[in-house]
Ligand binder design. Sequence first.
Ligand code: NAD
Length: 348
Amino acid sequence: MSSYRVTLIPGDGIGPEVTDAAVKVLEATGVNFDWEVVEAGERALKKEGTPLPQAVLDSMKKNRIALKGPLTTPIGGGYRSVNVALRQMLNLYASVRPSRSIAGVGTLYSDIDLVVVREATEELYSGIEHWIDRDHSAAETISVVTRKASEKIVNYAFDYAVREKRKKVTAVHKANIMKTTGALFQEVSQQVAKHYPTIEFEERLIDNMAMQLVKKPQAYDVIVTTNLFGDILSDLCAGLAGGLGITPGAIIGDEIALFEPVHGSAPKYAGQDKVNPVATILSGEMMLKHLGEREAAENVWNAVFDTIKEKKVITYDLIEGGHANNALSPSRCSQMADEIARKVRESA
Ligand code: NAD
């Protein structure tokens, strides 16, 4: 039986624990994987003198698909973010973050099902910024929005909606104030929408969208937007559905797709076998869908859903949410992964 060769980047801090958990669950599906393990981030810096060795880029270019743990980025100095470098060097332009309610995770709503598709290469994150004077009395950051990148991301969002049998795409911008960058994204969204007559299209201004998502998130489906707005809205949606421990992500280019949890490397928990593996396991579920292994993906989703709903084998964060049986003692990261893998095996 053929197998998928996948680049596996364990990452820093809690990364190795959560990627081990995801590998365990993915292998329980019966789909064959051949993992090519490469190091990036702090671990690579210690071993090889660089946080982004050429072997990582070569492996991703060759395999075109990668599962990655979080990487530590030094704050206010040190080396440049490896995550940002990977996006730019491999042209990974579409950040995709689904947020779905899972019964048993304490949140405001129980019926969230949102996907934020965010343009990840330009706008206010283009890196064009400077101080106006030596006294640092003012600063300037330039927002660059191109027709080409806008077309790519809006097309990606509509294609995703068609593929995933979604009903509606909402384009989010601030064209009333940003009369060039905002208006360009708005114009491109309207033009692209005409090519997808089966998908409903609507627009929202970013400020209104933030309020609408908090008041009636059920009214939304796929949301497509530029970099900064998408960064903020995807965290808002993750918060609505239950937070960092359960939110997966993907960052996709024309050639390469990278799957990773939304959370960071949480260094204070590293090596304790304590954190929630679900965000990384569900990143693996997104990877299965991307590979066309939809039945395996569904088995993983159902196993995660049932494990959390049962509240027998769950990590501390799902108990401290206040909605689990408080008499319960928290399970370890590896125990939760074993339980999810067991359920996947049963249904495979
Ligand atoms: P973080 O997500 O690592 O941790 C914040 C807090 O969230 C943790 O202290 C913990 O309480 C909780 N948490 C995170 N993941 C969890 C999990 N799986 N289960 C249970 N609780 C969890 O954010 P941070 O402290 O701001 O960042 C730490 C490092 O991670 C930084 O160096 C940052 O740059 C990096 N980071 C990397 C990525 C990435 O590689 N994609 C993303 C975000 C942050």
